[in-house]
Design a protein around this ligand. Structure first.
Ligand SMILES: Cc1cc2nc3c(=O)[nH]c(=O)nc-3n(C[C@H](O)[C@H](O)[C@H](O)COP(=O)(O)OP(=O)(O)OC[C@H]3O[C@@H](n4cnc5c(N)ncnc54)[C@H](O)[C@@H]3O)c2cc1C
Length: 602
């Protein structure tokens, strides 16, 4: 990277040394389906699970020069990594826990994501209303922000685009807060602190960016291949027995080192062999957030204090914060944590519980008048909570502070490492630690990896606004409004999408959305989409904020049918699957439970 000039806490790279002056060094090539290669060789590293953690590990391993296979039993990022809250935690909240290590880690990881994927990650301003003169007062908040700014002076280092820089925190007056957020509680309101966390524009595509980057370094990346069980020879894991979910074929995948990155399923994959079961057994929290079809503010998020307390906090044991975040012209609200013993395939939420959350939002932010039918989409999943105890959790609202990295050599079994991640934000750094361990276990020197600087697939540009302009010029009037979304989703690789627009109408937007028709073809030809669900929920942003409308789903299905050669029945089935998920609010079977609950209460 070029010369770095320190300037008031941020760093700038001299224009002459910019690596991607006008965006245009393509990664090149499509993602090839190479599943037939899985049984044919011994890989250096087999990664099981292609969520955020698995994808980051695959990229780190491929960059270090290893032969890598990464498999997922579903589509890439089908689980927790596409169903979360999209925050990139900058770490300011850890000040109240006086946990400076975590604060630094979060800030470092936020900067790294913005640096390597400037299309998908950016700073997001959050308004924190201040009250009175005590622990929720302006003076304390100002001091906290100052401390944060000093502790993270390096946060903009190597980030080229000034609009991607995280500014210092600031305070605003009462009037300004009420203008932006008229629904915040007004008694004793003195103003607000404004600081920046980060947001992922599209968390599924962020996972894909890591996978595509790994693939460009020859990783064999396969969706719809499940690891059925690990293969043990004496005291060593040498691979896994796998099933190709698409063909039903069963085979073995062999590797010098297996990394179990199956997230909330990680401990279940180990169950076949009692020696491997983690002790103590991990437990999980079912986290939940939802999109409501009301816009609160299009530029800033707001943190509102709820009645439930954060007992981990050292400085402020007041209510924990619920956030209202701008999302696809609507608002993402959450997050609620609930200790869960459910199997990760059977996560459930009841209508009563959702109603409770809706009520809680109405209490902390008045005037929204949220109702159950305002919920456009539900994001939920399991995240690591901590060790399982007989009496359950002391505090439902807590969650694991660190990812769980297990070297099974401690139980006498070699060849296997398990990582169960705590936050998508820290996945890149956790992947580095995992690969350092893998290299040590392989008896090799730990090589320095540069995943914190190497731009990901789509990240090779320096000026986001210029990229949007460039794309806009290549779209017809009917598609121009999609330029910004294309820049976010594909970044510097947007030409790949336009290449798929053989017919000029394919540059037009689908239905009333920001997705152009060519993206559907691109998803299939370049990104291994296998179903309409993959296309709607994880390749394009069609379903990323809820229902894009019947017309949009139908148009996408028609294009996909022509590309896949689906007959009418198949097309109808594919549409039905997508519509069921949209109707239910999410791709989880928890809504079956919701329906049952509804049925039983009538
Ligand atoms: C509601 C909610 C909100 C959240 N908000 C945030 C947030 O704002 N910011 C943040 O940083 N984090 C957030 N998180 C946490 C974050 O989502 C997770 O830490 C992260 O996504 C975990 O990634 P993962 O790769 O470990 O797991 P997953 O994404 O679940 O991936 C595991 C993968 O393994 C695959 N798999 C499982 N078993 C097998 C098998 N046998 N064979 C092959 N594949 C298998 C699964 O199909 C899955 O794709 C949130 C979580 C939730 C639920």
């Amino acid at each position: 990277m070029g010369l770095i000039h320190e300037a008031g806490g941020s760093a700038q790279i001299s224009p002459a040394s910019r690596p991607y002056p006008n965006s245009q060094q393509s990664y090149g090539g499509s993602m090839k389906d190479r599943r037939e290669e899985l049984p044919a060789q011994e890989f250096d590293v087999l990664v099981i699970g292609a969520g955020m953690f698995g994808a980051c590990i695959a990229w780190s391993a491929a960059l270090r020069g290893y032969s890598v296979a990464v498999i997922d039993k579903g589509d890439f990022a089908n689980a927790t990594s596409s169903n979360h809250y999209k925050f990139i935690h900058g770490g300011i909240r850890y000040l109240q826990h006086l946990d400076l290590l975590r604060l630094r880690e979060s800030s470092r990881e936020k900067s790294a994501l913005i640096r390597i994927a400037p299309h998908l990650a950016y700073p997001m301003p959050i308004v924190f209303p201040t009250y009175g003169h005590g622990r929720r007062g302006k003076a304390l908040m100002r001091a906290a922000m100052l401390a944060y700014d000093v502790l993270t002076l390096d946060r903009n280092r190597g980030i080229e685009d000034p609009v991607r820089h995280t500014p210092n925190g600031s305070v605003i007056g009462r009037e300004q807060v009420l203008k932006m957020f008229p629904g915040v509680p007004k008694d004793d309101l003195t103003g607000a602190a404004v600081f920046h966390d980060g947001q992922m524009y599209n968390s599924a595509r962020l996972v894909l960016a890591f996978l595509r980057s790994a693939e460009s370094k020859n990783a064999v990346v396969s969706n719809y291949v499940s690891a059925d069980h690990l293969i043990r020879e004496k005291d060593e894991i040498v691979g896994c027995a796998a099933t190709d979910i698409l063909s039903g074929n069963q085979f073995q995948i062999r590797a010098r080192m297996v990394v179990n990155a199956a997230g909330p399923w990680g401990h279940l994959l180990l169950q076949h062999d009692s020696t491997l079961a983690p002790r103590p057994e991990p437990s999980f929290s079912r986290d939940l957030a939802f999109v409501v079809n009301k816009s609160v503010c299009t530029t800033h998020a707001v943190g509102c204090q709820s009645a439930s307390t954060d007992s981990d906090a050292v400085l402020d044991r007041g209510g924990r914060h619920l956030f209202l975040v701008p999302w696809r012209g609507m608002t993402l609200v959450g997050v609620w944590h609930r200790y869960s013993l459910a199997h990760p395939d059977k996560i459930a939420v009841s209508r009563e519980e959702l109603q409770e959350y809706v009520n809680e939002i109405n209490e902390v932010y008045s005037g929204l008048d949220l109702r159950m039918d305002d919920i456009a989409m539900i994001n939920t999943g399991h995240i690591l909570f901590g060790p399982k105890t007989a009496q359950g959790p002391e505090n439902e609202h807590s969650f694991a502070k660190r990812s769980l990295l297990i070297d099974h050599a401690k139980d006498g079994i070699d060849g296997l490492v398990t990582i169960i991640g705590a936050r998508a934000t820290v996945a890149r750094g956790a992947a580095e630690k995992t690969m350092n361990l893998v290299q040590r276990k392989l008896g090799e020197r730990v090589t320095r990896s540069n995943t914190d600087r190497e731009r990901l697939h789509g990240g090779r540009f320096n000026d986001f606004a210029a990229l949007v302009d460039e794309i806009e010029q290549q779209l017809p009037d009917e598609g121009k409004h999609a330029a910004k979304a294309l820049a976010h989703n594909y970044g510097s690789e947007y030409r790949e999408v336009l290449e798929c627009a053989a017919e000029s109408t394919y540059r037009n937007a689908i239905g009333n959305t920001n997705v152009i028709a060519a993206e559907v073809i691109h998803a299939i030809r370049f990104e291994m989409a296998k179903t309409l669900t993959d296309i709607v929920f994880r390749r394009t942003e069609l379903g990323s904020g809820g229902d894009p409308g019947q017309d949009a789903v139908y148009q996408a299905a028609k294009i996909a049918s022509a590309e896949f050669g689906w007959d009418k029945d198949e097309m109808a089935d594919q549409i039905q699957t997508v519509e069921k998920i949209l109707r239910q609010g999410g791709p989880w079977n928890f809504v079956d439970q919701l329906a049952q609950t509804e049925a039983s209460s009538t």
